[in-house]
Ligand binder design. Structure first.
Ligand code: EPU
Length: 419
């Protein structure tokens, strides 16, 4: 298990290139199951979650090739049951259900359990499949969906915490091959849903309204192979912006989509940083005083839950009182106890963190608990006095392509130890 040593008190400056989006690439790779013809997906980031997805696709019978960011998937003949041993490692495996149901009219995967960022049910996904005519059976830890035929329907994916991103993806992937028209109300509006819809459209699907709350899908008989480039990872970009806010003297992100980061950029401006955007670039620089924030993580286009932990790391050393609420995953605050071990003054009240900014954090051994929490600990380490030892960094490798090398290229001093 690798660990990362972050030497604090370094300044960051320069340019960093943003990778393709993990959360777009995962369902897009799964969507290749919808056709027998080859699909060529480019800008696929080199991450362990992507590796799990490619392994699942291979186990299902797909031919998978990968060459520097370009993945070709040919799903000529597929089985419909995903192996537990791989599926259990990644919750996003659940997004193979939709395409398998669409194409083969049945699919079985292990039910995802709870995870460290809270109870993560898939009731909305299943409700959507049922509305399309599928029967859902939960047995021996597996969920099986099957339908003699799929029929378009009107489906609401509104849940207690808003819509569901992978649920919208799943229902959309099943509905593209259903008979007739499907209307998804309360659809997730995230850019990753739009990216998947664009890929499906390139495969011959008829979809309107992706990126809004109402998606309309006209079922087609079959889909064909397609090529697609994955959008830039807005959460990786946001993480580098926060790193640059914490200890940067002017950092530019390239190959990024500023339009996907409006809420994050607004928050950073409010917090006192100068943010300049160009077509595919964002530059962030210090601009005098840092200000505390009141932040509410909500579904897109509001501030993303996937950036909440990183912002806590910034606000931990921002003078004044900041209040950060996560309305999507109210239990996603595992980073708080670790930040406190580094000297942060944070009080948790339910799904809200009340952060009293301190002048300085101090390096400490800390434990990564999930992907974004581990990123937050690395960012905290960048500004700490001394060395921060981040353990269990496999979490970070699930979602950040070479984060240590990229930060080092900007002037950080991060070592990775093989233990
Ligand atoms: N929810 C339900 N029922 C469902 C599905 C979701 O109640 O059937 C609830 C969840 O418990 C949560 C809220 O709805 O409170 C939103 O969850 P959502 O389904 O949108 O999450 P997801 O699709 O499983 C994706 C990302 C997450 C990101 C969330 C929210 C992928 C692979 N994962 O998960 O990314 O936090 O959307 O934006 O796309 C990450 O990258 O670190 C990560 C966790």
């Amino acid at each position: 298990m690798d660990k990362i040593l972050v030497h604090g008190n370094r300044r960051l400056k320069g340019t960093v290139r943003i990778s393709g989006s993990k959360n777009s690439a995962l369902p897009i790779l799964a969507a290749a199951l919808l056709t027998r013809e080859p699909c060529v997906i480019s800008r696929v980031p080199d991450l362990s979650d992507i590796h799990y997805m490619l392994t699942i696709l291979s186990e299902l019978g797909c031919e998978v090739e990968r060459a520097s960011g370009v993945v070709t998937v040919k799903a000529e003949n597929v089985t419909t049951e995903a192996p537990y041993e791989i599926v259990r490692k990644m919750r996003a495996s659940v997004c193979i259900l939709g395409p398998l149901l669409g194409r083969e009219k049945e699919a079985t995967v292990s039910l995802p359990g709870g995870c460290i960022i809270g109870d993560r049910p898939i009731d909305l996904h299943l409700r959507g499949f049922e509305a399309l005519g599928a029967a859902v059976r939960v047995q021996s830890g597996n969920v099986k969906v099957l339908a003699p035929e799929l029929r378009g329907s009107t489906i609401s994916l509104r849940g207690k915490f808003g819509s569901t991103v992978l649920g919208t993806d799943n229902v959309m992937m099943a509905a593209v091959l259903a008979e007739g028209t499907t209307v998804i109300d309360g659809a997730a509006e995230e850019p990753e849903v739009v990216d998947l819809a664009n890929f499906l459209i390139a495969m011959g699907a008829k979809i309107e309204g992706a990126g809004t709350r109402r998606i309309i899908i006209e079922g087609v008989k079959e889909l064909h192979g397609a090529e697609h480039e994955v959008i830039p990872d807005r959460i990786e970009a946001g993480t580098f912006l926060v790193a640059a806010a914490i200890c940067g003297d002017g950092v530019t992100l390239t190959r990024v989509e500023p339009g996907h980061l409006t809420a994050v950029l607004d928050s950073l401006s409010q917090a006192g940083f100068q943010v300049e955007t160009d077509k595919n670039r964002i530059t962030i620089s210090p601009n005098g005083t840092r200000r505390p924030l009141k932040l509410d993580a909500l579904p897109y286009p509001s501030f993303p839950t996937d950036m909440q932990a990183q912002m806590c790391a910034l606000l931990a050393t921002t003078d004044g009182i900041s209040v950060v609420t996560d309305n999507v995953f109210p239990q996603r605050f595992m980073h708080v106890s670790e930040l406190k071990r580094m000297g942060a003054n944070i009080e948790l009240q339910g799904g809200t963190a009340i952060i009293h900014g301190v002048e300085k954090l101090s390096g400490a051994p800390v434990m990564a608990s999930d992907l974004r929490a581990s990123a937050a600990l690395v960012l905290a380490g960048l500004q700490a006095e001394g060395v921060t030892e981040v353990n269990r960094v496999y979490h970070i490798d699930r979602g950040y392509e070479s984060i240590d090398d990229k930060l080092n290229s900007l002037g950080a001093e991060i070592e990775r130890l093989k233990v």
